[in-house]
Design a protein around this ligand. Structure first.
Ligand SMILES: [Fe+2]
Length: 395
């Protein structure tokens, strides 16, 4: 596909403030809107770490009262959304804040939107969720991880508790009004969540660039995201207090979030989301483990693009043919996974007898629509069977 002849859409979304210390400006921004009561959606670990307290202090200084809704103990379900809407209405909140990882921010988005919409969140599943009404409360997100890109995305993933199924929904109404990306809020993130969320961000940047809906702008942002993440993720994992590494990871993950908001994810996420429902392992862990296997499958595709991704990952392609250069992308992802001590898909539970079910669900996953080539059930099965043969694909 020659992108020079294609038509593209790039929607500029919410205002984003980023950099160390920007979260302290939240009170001023909110006071400027005239908001008085905030529902702060988060998880108990964020409260325990004192992070929510710092945000509450910044809001209180500008006369904004805050109720903390810290029910997001796991990946959010429709029941959390129902409870959050009820809390929002009881307190008469005019602002919802999502503080945490993707789970807390997605839950906050859904609470803000469902406060104005009929029925149940589960009836709005799909890439174009047909909410009749836009939210009437303001919505702010503050990530405490560098990974999901949920801070910027008009997407949410919510588990339908009746079906035990993770559903995705997309709508411009889910986009926040304002985003604070502050690396100071990520300094306490432990080693494994840092590694897993970082690999999620890396894969999202790569997937968005390979997507059928890739654009020149998403490729430009994605390449820089890959560069920032591959250079800084090992440092952030080993030295969590390294503000420079954390800051670069925050920007890399934000850029990756913009990339997928524009171009979507592909089969890496189809597989990881499906396996997440089956094996209950962290999303970023599964994404990282699926990434090199999917790249191996896509290797016959756009060699030039994969070669550019290899360079952004830190690969040396001098003297390589274009095909060899493209393969370096897999080498570099494997190197990163080994450096971060990721296990194999077998170690996290992949079994031969599960492959038909995983393949079936992955084909139907919303991300599969953006694969750069058609991927059938047997293609997903091939990728998974290869993963049973070798932990990391040989490039
Ligand atoms: Fe993801």
């Amino acid at each position: 596909m020659n992108l020079a002849y294609a038509k593209h859409l790039f929607a500029l979304g919410p205002t984003v403030e980023y950099g160390p210390g920007v979260y302290e400006n939240i009170g001023q921004v909110v006071a400027g809107w005239g908001c008085k009561k905030a529902l702060l959606v988060t998880d108990p670990n964020i409260v325990k770490a004192g992070i929510s307290g710092r945000v509450v202090t910044a809001l209180s200084a500008h006369g904004v009262s805050v109720e903390i809704f810290d029910r997001v103990v796991t990946e959010p379900t429709d029941l959390f959304v129902v409870e959050g809407v009820s809390r929002l209405k009881d307190m008469g909140a005019d602002l919802v804040i999502g503080l945490g990882g993707g789970s807390a921010m997605d839950c906050a988005k859904c609470i803000a939107v469902m406060a104005e919409n009929p029925g149940h969140i589960t009836q709005y599943e799909g890439a174009v969720a047909e909410f009749p009404n836009d939210k009437q409360v303001r919505l702010i997100t503050l990530p405490t991880t560098s990974g999901s890109g949920a801070e910027i995305a008009g997407w949410a993933v919510i588990t339908d508790s009746a079906r035990s199924y993770k559903m995705s929904l997309g709508s411009p109404y889910l986009e926040p009004d304002y985003v604070f990306v502050d690396p100071l809020l990520t300094l306490d993130l432990p080693r494994n969540p840092t590694a897993y969320s970082g690999m999620d961000a890396l894969s999202q940047a790569i997937e968005g660039m390979l997507s059928r809906r890739r654009t020149p702008i998403s490729i430009a942002l994605g390449m820089y995201a890959v560069r920032l993440i591959s250079e800084n993720l090992p440092k952030a994992v080993i030295r969590g207090w390294d503000l420079e590494a954390r800051s670069n990871m925050s920007v890399g993950a934000l850029l990756a979030g913009i990339v997928i908001n524009t171009s979507g994810c592909i089969s890496v996420h189809s597989l990881a989301e499906t396996m997440g429902g089956l094996y209950h392992k962290p999303h970023g862990l599964l994404v990282g483990l699926c990434l090199p296997h999917v790249l191996e499958f896509l290797l016959p595709g756009d060699h030039k693009l994969l070669a550019e991704i290899a360079v952004a990952l830190g690969g040396n392609i001098s003297g390589c043919t274009m095909y060899e250069a493209a393969k370096q992308a897999i080498v570099e992802v494997n190197r990163l996974l080994d450096e971060l001590e990721f296990p194999s898909l077998i170690d996290v539970g992949l079994r031969e007898e599960d492959i038909p079910q995983i393949s079936q669900l992955a084909v139907g996953n919303v991300c599969s629509a953006d694969n750069p080539c058609e991927m059938r059930l047997e293609d997903y099965a091939l990728i998974l069977n290869n993963a049973l043969e070798e932990a990391r694909p040989q490039a």
